[in-house]
Design a protein around this ligand. Structure first.
Ligand SMILES: *Cc1c(COP(=O)(O)O)cnc(C)c1O
Length: 415
């Protein structure tokens, strides 16, 4: 028997260790479509409970939008279920190319190539663009999928302190002798909802003759006046050489990702990106629905405008209620609690009040930075947000943290 008792014992022990460390991730079963209102079975086996969802990446409220669902049905009927092939053999339909063209237009780039996911886009792109003579200069807080993508690339790795432009400039000077340099950042960072300083990054990249890659997964569809992303928000449209992003968040939330940017780089990805060459791309049903999403958000900014208004409303009222929230403009709103158990306890109490939020603590965020991360959606109505604020206020009073500053909360609960 190859799966020996020794192996079984080892893996079981690892799992026990994760539980004891308090970092075991429990799945919760949703028994309804993804939306503002969902039915959740938690803990497993208990009767399903109706809650308001404040922890999805469903920024534009399109995950279960009737027009998107209809487009998915039509895609299924007209182009079938599976492709049974990778793109370059016989896995490309007209609608794949059409979606790439729509993404190119929406993002304001030169060309786009679809990937099964943004994780795959990031896994493939670095190795295509850079070789061992080159340098990757990455923000220290880039997404895990970028970290993995960079591991698969032979270029030399430089890190700069999070959003620290002096440090980035230092690294640009240090890497002066490399053939090509690529500055790498998330457009919006997922734990704090803070926006990369893309204007300064582009200026530095131009000064030192480096290219720029932005992973805009938490921004595509709603950041910037017409929702194009962080590059629009920061006024650098056309200056980002490579954008990677996902369709698994604001753009309907199913799955799929892309690399969008300079034409030659996209063309080279079609020749050499391994997740593109060796894995099926998104199926027709998702392509058709994502294509509809792009039609909807290209026609009107209503949804991103509503998301912005909802975000401003929530941030203002929560601040007025006395919560310590990280300032910003993004629909990711971190409610700072510092203590891990406090974050867990409050998230559980909020769930009992019908508000589904998650407490985040180490190792997902740094030690002593535990929080509840709220995510606002255009799918929320004002009444939903008011219910969340009322529940937060009630639970905040219970734990006596309203109006308390960081040090006072830490004094009460420790780190
Ligand atoms: C969510 C996310 C991804 C992964 O997207 P998938 O398409 O689900 O693989 C990649 N990068 C960032 C920054 C993300 O937030």
């Amino acid at each position: 028997m190859a799966y020996s008792n020794k192996a079984r014992g080892f893996f079981a022990n690892e799992l026990t260790g994760i539980r004891e460390a308090g970092t075991f991730k429990e799945e919760r079963f949703i028994e309804s479509p993804q939306a503002a209102n969902i039915k959740v079975e938690f803990p497993a086996g208990s009767p399903p409970k109706e809650v308001l969802n404040f922890c999805a990446n469903n920024y534009l409220g399109l995950s279960s939008h009737p027009e998107v669902v209809t487009a998915a049905h039509d895609g299924l009927k007209e182009r079938g279920y599976g492709m049974s092939s990778v793109r370059f053999i016989c896995g490309t339909q007209d609608i794949h190319r059409e979606l790439e063209e729509k993404l190119t237009k929406f993002l304001g780039t030169e060309d786009t190539i679809l990937f099964p996911s943004c994780m795959d886009a990031n896994a493939g792109v670095f190795d295509v663009v850079l070789g061992k003579e080159d340098a990757m200069i990455a923000d220290r807080l880039v997404h895990a999928s970028i970290v993995d993508g960079m591991r698969l690339c032979k270029a030399q790795l430089f890190n700069y302190k999070h959003s620290n432009m002096e440090h980035l400039e230092e690294k640009l000077k240090e890497s002066q002798d490399c053939r090509f340099r690529l500055v790498i950042t998330d457009g919006v960072f997922s734990m704090d909802g803070d926006v990369a300083k893309l204007d300064e990054i582009c200026n530095l990249a131009e000064k030192y003759d480096a290219m720029v890659l932005v992973d805009d997964s938490h921004a595509t569809g709603f950041m910037g006046k017409t929702g194009r992303g962080t590059h629009e928000h920061c006024g650098v449209l056309g200056r980002i050489d490579i954008i990677t992003t996902t369709m698994g968040k604001a753009l309907g939330g199913a799955s799929g990702g892309c690399v969008s940017g300079r034409k030659e780089i996209v063309d080279l990805c079609r020749q050499r990106a391994r997740p593109y060459l060796f894995s099926n791309t998104v199926p027709p049903v998702i392509v058709a629905a994502a294509s509809k999403v792009l039609d909807i958000i290209s026609k009107t900014t209503d949804r991103r405008d509503k998301l912005e208004a909802n975000t401003v409303f929530f941030r203002e009222k929560m601040t007025a209620a006395g919560f310590d929230i990280k300032e910003g403009v993004h629909p990711i709103v971190p409610i700072m609690l510092y203590n891990a158990k406090l974050a867990q306890d409050m998230a559980r109490d909020l769930y009992n009040e019908g508000i589904y939020v998650i407490g985040f603590s180490f190792p997902v965020v740094p030690k002593g930075q535990a929080r509840i991360r709220v995510q606002i959606s255009a799918g929320h109505e004002q009444a939903h947000i008011e219910r969340a604020i009322a529940a937060f206020t009630k639970i905040g009073e219970k734990y006596k943290i309203l109006g308390k500053k960081k040090n006072e909360i830490i004094d009460m609960y420790g780190l």
